[in-house]
Ligand binder design. Structure first.
Ligand code: FEO
Length: 393
């Protein structure tokens, strides 16, 4: 296993998780990487580490550059186990190494690994000198956990951004310039939608903080390293964190029992199309909720449909709504729809989940509901009603 040279004395010593297909519920068809970085200086420094089952791969890459016993400092930018769970094995090799991190992280590391390692607490804005380089720490709470921080090396203009700006892509390439850019941005968007979206306010603070830094490399803890497209990813984060959507873009998400709710879904799509709005239709039996969340990022209109079953909504729709509410996209227009047999609770339930301030807080269109099976005339009424509402927005 080889280290990958990024700068004269800075190496990528991370690992490639080719087989990762699920990251706490978010499907990752392209796998991922856990990126760790080694700085060879008077104090040899390792920034972050990797999932425990790939420790040996990281160790082999470090050993390609130096004897791992020579590591003096570990900077722990985040405690989630994809970046910290090699610590127990690593600290057996370098028990006297100093672990630099913030108070939240140190508290969390102690509760994860129950070890009294040599922790050194830092605060946001602190820096350490490791020889020819300084490392400045900026805490970035909730991007993605309360303990997150980023580390900046001013001499190299290099930002070690941890989860921020990451993507779940397993690749032999290390830089975004060597990979199709549209795929990197798409995976960065999926990552943002499924991991970072609820913390968009905190992302904006991070963007403010890093805007004053000179940066010519962003080295995240997942996926490809940004060198030539830094303005593009910073601008994308600005758009995503401000919940800026496309007014000409709608998403229709549903599940169906006997195809009546599906008929309504296709009628809603027709209404949008007639008003010049592109509508994507997503049946929850066929599309994973983490892929749908990526599409939520651009969509101004979020329409969700379920028939009524046992006085409620279908479990697939309930799972999606729970996921959507927790990821908390803002500034959308919602529409609830569905068919029902006798009591019809699913439609008001969805209307409340999408529109209520305890739910998504979307501005809502009038719901579209049908008793049993819609005929052509009923579907025409639904289409006309939606078109009238769209015309008044
Ligand atoms: Fe990549 Fe929040 O861990």
């Amino acid at each position: 296993m080889k280290a990958y040279k990024l700068r004269d004395n800075i190496y990528w010593v991370g690992v490639i998780d080719w087989n990762l297909r699920n990251f706490h519920g978010y499907i990752t068809p392209r796998g991922s990487t856990y990126n760790a970085y080694l700085i060879i200086d008077e104090k040899v420094t390792l920034i972050d580490n990797v999932k425990y089952y790939l420790f040996e791969e990281m160790l082999a890459r470090i050993s390609d550059v130096i004897d791992p016993h020579q590591i003096d400092i570990i900077v722990q930018n985040h405690i989630e186990m994809d970046h910290s769970s090699s610590l127990p094995n690593l600290m057996k090799i370098i028990p006297n190494a100093t672990i630099y991190s913030n108070a939240n992280a140190i508290k969390g590391l102690k509760m994860h690994y129950h070890q009294d390692w040599n922790f050194q607490e830092i605060r946001s804005g602190d820096f350490i000198n490791i020889g020819n380089n300084d490392l400045t720490f900026l805490t970035t709470p909730m991007v993605h956990w309360p303990d997150n921080q980023v580390t900046y090396c001013p001499q190299e203009k290099l930002l070690f951004s941890n989860d921020a700006f990451g993507q779940h892509i397993a690749s032999n390439e290390r830089f975004e310039k060597d990979f199709p850019l549209d795929l990197v941005i798409e995976e960065a968007k999926k990552y943002y939608a499924n991991i970072v979206l609820p913390y968009s306010k905190q992302v904006q603070k991070v963007l403010d903080s890093v805007s004053s830094l000179e940066i010519n490399m962003i080295a995240p803890s997942h996926g490809l390293i940004w060198t030539e497209h830094i303005p593009e990813i910073l601008n994308a984060y600005k758009i995503w964190s401000n919940n800026i959507t496309d007014n000409r873009n709608a998403l229709i998400i549903y599940d169906t029992m006997w195809n009546s709710t599906e008929k309504i879904a296709f009628t809603i799509a027709e209404a949008f199309e007639n008003k010049g709005i592109k509508a994507k239709i997503r049946n929850l039996q066929h599309t994973h909720i983490s892929d749908i969340m990526t599409e939520v990022m651009d969509a101004k209109y979020i329409c969700v449909g379920s028939p009524t079953i046992n006085s409620s909504i279908l479990p697939t729709v309930a799972a999606f709504m729970s996921y959507l509410q927790c990821l908390a996209p803002k500034n959308r227009i919602g529409l609830a729809f569905g068919s029902y047999g006798w009591s019809g609770q699913s439609i008001p339930m969805l209307h409340k989940m999408l529109g209520d301030n305890t739910g998504c807080g979307f501005k809502m269109l009038d719901p579209a509901q049908v008793h049993f099976i819609p005929d052509k005339e009923i579907l025409e009424q639904i289409r006309e009603n939606i078109e009238q509402q769209l015309a008044s927005i």
